[in-house]
Design a protein around this ligand. Structure first.
Ligand SMILES: [Zn+2]
Length: 388
């Protein structure tokens, strides 16, 4: 994760949306087309576009009241107990139209591009009912086709227990497994299935039931694991062959070993620990054990209202003891790996999709070091220079 493959005085040639050549400017010898657009990156750094592999960027309403309550000492669980939390966003999303959901997410995607994120995973999970979950996923599919940004849709029907099923967890799991998942798979509405595996949400047994059903239907797997309690979510992700296990603030030693052995990407979310002021995931232990670590924003209205990947890198370096090189790898190629896209995204290599940013910094380390500032000057997606 510390090897960045830096090219000084470099040049990149893009053709038909892909990287065609990378190397030192003086070493390029091939012919160039006359109608080529040339971007001068003198004094700047060219980087792969960020891949934000874990977001909840489709929601309605906002929760600044909870932010204020937390500033006075309320915990995430206190707030959920007072009718706040995930379910308050669920009631807002259920009232919103597909058009409204698309409109707000589209604005976030544009703003994310301006901050250098060229691919974002987005989860459903604020509908928690057949109709609204499907509306969210249809809206995400339309955005994937219409937006400049890359969008990877994830089904997170198992985000929380909806009020209609209070006291009836088995009933809701049955709805997910028997009705929602088969419909989503048949309509090809999601690439991944994710489960919020946590005490008071979905236990290990329920998570396994839902994820196994999704796997049989051809969906790839992600798990919200070991965030608030060390309950074996990481081990479950490893056992089921999940692509990533995310959060991991409370992962056990056995969980670290299981991820390393199974080659599961650890999706760490520095912005959540920062926003909620709770412990950070043991990034150092995971990296030293050979687990591929990705960092993502977890952009959502409750526990991290930021989608700035450079800010996530800063927090990773200052609070989780990751090096700037590791943070950059985690925000690009390992983010792509967390989405099963590392063969095509996340680095500037011939044959890969030409998703790049030009940052007005003298050195790549400035991205994390000089924080709270947007250094991105140009964004190239699929080989096209975007007007943002
Ligand atoms: Zn999340």
């Amino acid at each position: 994760m510390r090897e960045l493959g830096i090219v000084t005085d470099g040049a990149v040639l893009c053709r038909e949306g892909r990287v065609a050549w990378v190397g030192k400017t003086g070493e390029f010898t091939g012919p160039l087309p006359d109608d080529m657009t040339v971007l001068d990156g003198t004094g700047m750094v060219v980087l792969p576009g960020f891949v934000d592999s874990h977001t909840h960027a489709m929601f309605a309403g906002s929760r600044e009241r909870e932010f204020a309550l937390r500033s006075e000492g309320a915990t995430y669980q206190d707030i959920a107990g007072q009718g706040g939390g995930i379910l308050s966003t669920v009631s807002q999303v259920r009232k919103a139209s597909k058009r409204e959901l698309k409109h707000s997410t589209s604005r976030y995607l544009t703003e994310m591009l301006r901050h250098g994120t060229t691919t974002a995973e987005i989860k459903s999970g604020y509908g928690l009912a057949m109709e609204t979950e499907v509306t969210m996923l249809e809206a995400l599919r339309e955005l994937r086709d219409e937006e400049l940004s890359g969008v990877v849709p994830t089904f997170l029907g198992a985000h929380a227990l909806p009020p209609e099923f209070a006291g009836n967890l088995p009933g809701y799991v049955a709805l997910l497994v028997e009705r929602l998942l088969p419909y989503i798979a048949r309509k090809n509405l999601a690439v991944f299935c994710d489960v919020f595996c946590e005490q008071g949400y979905f236990g290990l047994e329920e998570a396994e039931t839902i994820l196994s059903a999704a796997k049989v239907l051809g969906l790839k797997l992600k798990v919200h694991a070991d965030e608030l309690t060390s309950m074996g979510g990481a081990e479950l992700a490893a056992r089921l062959g999940a692509v990533s296990a995310d959060h991991l603030e409370k992962i056990s030693g056995r969980g670290v070993e299981a991820l390393a052995e199974a080659g599961v990407v650890a999706g760490l979310l520095p912005g959540v620990s920062f926003s909620l002021n709770h412990g950070y995931a043991p990034a150092r232990r995971l990296i030293d054990a050979g687990v591929p670590v990705a960092i993502a924003s977890d952009f959502n209205p409750g526990s991290c209202m930021s989608f700035s990947m450079p800010l996530m890198m800063t927090i990773a370096c200052t609070q989780m003891r990751m090096t700037p090189e590791e943070a950059l790898t985690a925000a690009t190629i390992n983010g792509a790996a967390a989405l099963g896209l590392s063969a095509t995204h996340g680095s500037i290599e011939p044959g890969k999709q030409a998703d790049m940013i030009l940052a007005s910094v003298p050195d790549y380390r400035f991205l994390a070091y000089h924080f709270g500032v947007n250094h991105v000057r140009s964004v190239i997606k699929n080989g096209t220079l975007l007007e943002l």
